[in-house]
Design a protein around this ligand. Sequence first.
Ligand code: SF4
Length: 154
Amino acid sequence: MSLPENFCSAPFIQLQTSKDNRCGVCPYTPNRWQVQGTIADKWKSKELESLRKSFIENKQDPQCRRCWKEEEAGKKSLRLRLSEHKGSKNTDEIFEKYIEPFDIPTGRIWLMPCCGSRDEHIEAAPMVAEMAKKHHFNFSPRLHLLVWDMALKV
Ligand code: SF4
């Protein structure tokens, strides 16, 4: 099964929030929407659902104009770069830049394979599990992929 041509994975896999209840899904949509409530409320908000629906229906959502303009100009947009991302094997750099400076306990960090199908999950999981073991992080599979593969498109 192939994804729609204009699909972007961002609203399905990530969420950015701020102290004043604003949220977005990528660096091109920071603080885009004002949504009250918990992170779960933001994740399930009509704003994010609308964006997800656009991508599932292969529409070029106008909120993503920066990506569409980059692509029109022949550049590799953030959307296209996200679709190519297969995860980083360099956990040492992540550790030094994003974990040690903030003194985050390793037991509060969870790693999940970055993948979009059961086959990709089977391929990526051992490497991610080894990273988790190396740094004493937690490891979680993407259960929806293992159980339903791509049937739910999440
Ligand atoms: S298409 Fe671009 S702007 Fe829209 S969510 Fe994806 S990465 Fe962000």
